[in-house]
Design a protein around this ligand. Structure first.
Ligand SMILES: [Zn+2]
Length: 488
C-alpha cells in the first residue's frame, strides 16, 4: 500500500502480529452522505475485506462526528438540541452503509460520547507547552511547538506567523495557523462544562482522542479522503505526537476525490449526488457500489451515468454466469484449460489486490475467467470438476466486491419509502414508479394468465401481457422451472 507519510509503497501488516489496528475518519452527520464520501468508505471497505480474505484480523475504528461547527450552527437555526438534529442523519448513514454493503467497522464511536477524553488531551497538551488558552476561554494548539508540522501533506509552513489563530474547523492551506482545540461557549450554542472551561471541542481533537482511546498511542493505519490530509490529519498528528512522542499512525491511506461528468462535484454545478438521489433515478445499489470502486483508491474516478450502466451490465454478466455454472448439469471430469484458467484468475486477482489495492486490475482476471468458462460451456467442454474450480474464485471475488447476490430490490424499496416521507417523489424515475405500480400479487396473476394464454395457444394475449409487464419495469425469464420475473 502507498503510504502518504513516507511517499512509498510499503507492506501493510499488524505491528503486534495479531490484528491490524486502523482508524478511518467517519462522516459528519449534518446532511446525507454524498457519493464522494461513500467512495472513501467503500475503498476502506475493499481494504478491510481484502485483508480479511488474506487472513489478517482487524480492529477498525470509525468515528461519527456528531458535533462540529456546522452541526451546532444548523441545530441552532432549527432550534433543536444537536442530538435531535443529527439523529436522522446518523440513521440515514447506517442505512446507506447497509445498502452499499459496506461492512461495519469493529467499533463505531460517537464524538459526543468522548468529551472527557478530549478534555484530558487538551490538558496534556497544555502541560507539554503545546496548547494555550486565550482570553475568551478557548484553547489553541501552538503550531510552533511541533516542528514536524506539515510532514504528512509535505507543506512548507515556514512563513507562518507565531500566534496567528484560526477558529473554524475547516480551512485552506494558507491559513495554517494555531488551530482551536476547545472553543469557549457562545450564547445559544451547545456547550459542556469541563475542567478546561465551558465550551465545546474543536473537530480535529476528536480523532486524536478517539483513535488513541481505542487503538493505543501508536497504530498501524489511518485512512480518510484526500481532502482531510490537510489540515485535519496534519492536526491529528500534531496533537497526538506532541503528547506521546511516538508515531501516531505508521501508515496513511488517502482516497482521491471523484469527479462527476469530468467536473468537481458541487451543488451549484448541478452534479451533486447522494446515494439516495441515484437510487431514486433507478440505479441499483450494487451498480453504485461497483462503479465507485472501479478505479483504484489512489486515482481520480470520473463518475458518470455511463459508468453506472457499465457496472450494471458487468454485475448482470457475473450473476448470469454464476447461475449458469451453479444450475448447469455437467458431466464428471475436468477441462485442464479451465482448471488452469481458474488458478491463474485467482492468483492474478489476489496479486492485484495486494498491489496497492488495484481494484481495476483485480476485476479483469475474473471477467477473463467468465469468458473462458462461458465458451467452454457453449462447446460442451465444461465439467463438474470445472464448476468446483470456478465457483471458489467467484466467491473470493465476491468476498471483497460483494455484488453477486441480487439484494438490490430492498435498498430501492426503502429509498422510495424515504422519498415519500421526505416529499421527494418528484425526483423518482418514471420507470421506477411504473415498476412499483404493480404489487407482487398483481405480477404473479399476470404471469399466471400469460402462462395459461400460451397453453391455449393465444400467443397474442401472452405477448401483450409480456409487453405490459415490460413497460411497468417487470422482466420475465422463461426457464425450464417455469417463468421467473424480476423488477428492472
Ligand atoms: Zn478524523
Amino acid at each position: 500500500m502507498y503510504n502518504t507519510l513516507t511517499g512509498q509503497i510499503e507492506p501493510l501488516e499488524p505491528a503486534d502480529g495479531k490484528a491490524l489496528r486502523m482508524y478511518a475518519c467517519g462522516p459528519t452527520v449534518y446532511d446525507y452522505g454524498h457519493i464522494g464520501n461513500f467512495r472513501t468508505f467503500l475503498q476502506v471497505d475493499i481494504l478491510r475485506r481484502a485483508l480479511k480474505l488474506t487472513g489478517t484480523a482487524l480492529r477498525h475504528v470509525m468515528n461519527i462526528t456528531d458535533v462540529d461547527d456546522k452541526i451546532i450552527r444548523n441545530a441552532a437555526e432549527a432550534g433543536v438540541p444537536i442530538g435531535d438534529y443529527t439523529k436522522k442523519y446518523v440513521e440515514a448513514f447506517f442505512e446507506d452503509l447497509e445498502w452499499l454493503r459496506i461492512e461495519r467497522p469493529e467499533l463505531m464511536v460517537h464524538a459526543t460520547k468522548h468529551i472527557p477524553q478530549r478534555v484530558t488531551l487538551v490538558e496534556k497538551l497544555a502541560a507539554a507547552g503545546a496548547a494555550y488558552k486565550t482570553e475568551d476561554g478557548s484553547w489553541y494548539f501552538r503550531l510552533r511547538s511541533f516542528p514536524e508540522y506539515g510532514k504528512l501533506s509535505k507543506k512548507d509552513l515556514s512563513g507562518m506567523e507565531d500566534g496567528a489563530r484560526v477558529d473554524v474547523d475547516e480551512y485552506e492551506k494558507d491559513s495554517a495557523r494555531d488551530f482551536a482545540l476547545w472553543k469557549a461557549a457562545k450564547p445559544g450554542e451547545t456547550s459542556w462544562d469541563t475542567a478546561i472551561g465551558r465550551g465545546r471541542p474543536g473537530w480535529h481533537i476528536e480523532c486524536s482522542a478517539m483513535a488513541m482511546e481505542y487503538l493505543g498511542e501508536s497504530f498501524d493505519l489511518h485512512a480518510g479522503g484526500e481532502d482531510l490530509m490537510f489540515p485535519h490529519h496534519e492536526n491529528e498528528i500534531a496533537q497526538s505526537e506532541s503528547v506521546t512522542h511516538k508515531t501516531f499512525a505508521r501508515h496513511w491511506m488517502h482516497v482521491r476525490f471523484l469527479l462527476v461528468d469530468g467536473r468537481k462535484m458541487s451543488k451549484s454545478e448541478g452534479n451533486f449526488y447522494t446515494l439516495r438521489d441515484l437510487l431514486l433515478r433507478g440505479y441499483k445499489a450494487s451498480a453504485i457500489r461497483l462503479a465507485l470502486v472501479s478505479v483504484p483508491y489512489g486515482h481520480q474516478l470520473n463518475f458518470t451515468c455511463g459508468g453506472l450502466t457499465e457496472a450494471t451490465k458487468a454485475i448482470e454478466r457475473l450473476r448470469t454466469f454464476k447461475e449458469r455454472v451453479t444450475a448447469g448439469n455437467f458431466a464428471a471430469g475436468e477441462n485442464s484449460a479451465i482448471q488452469e484458467a481458474a488458478k491463474k484468475a485467482r492468483a492474478d486477482y489476489l496479486e492485484a489486490l495486494a498491489n496497492d489495492l488495484n481494484t481495476a486490475d483485480a476485476r479483469a482476471p475474473i471477467f477473463e475467467l467468465v469468458r473462458a468458462a462461458n465458451t467452454a460451456m457453449d462447446q460442451g467442454q465444461f465439467f463438474s470438476g470445472d464448476r468446483d474450480a470456478v465457483l471458489p474464485v467467484l466467491a473470493d471475488f465476491d468476498a471483497v466486491f460483494d455484488v453477486l447476490e441480487d439484494r438490490d430490490a430492498e435498498p430501492t424499496r426503502r429509498a422510495l419509502e424515504w422519498a415519500k416521507e421526505a416529499g421527494r417523489m418528484g425526483e423518482v424515475a418514471p420507470e421506477l414508479l411504473a415498476a412499483r405500480s404493480l404489487s407482487d400479487e398483481q405480477i404473479e396473476a399476470l404471469v399466471a394468465e400469460r402462462t395459461a394464454a400460451k397453453k391455449a395457444r393465444n400467443f397474442a394475449r401472452a405477448d401483450a401481457i409480456r409487453n405490459e409487464l415490460m413497460e411497468k419495469g417487470v422482466i420475465l425469464e422463461d426457464s425450464k422451472d417455469g417463468v421467473k420475473w424480476k423488477r428492472k
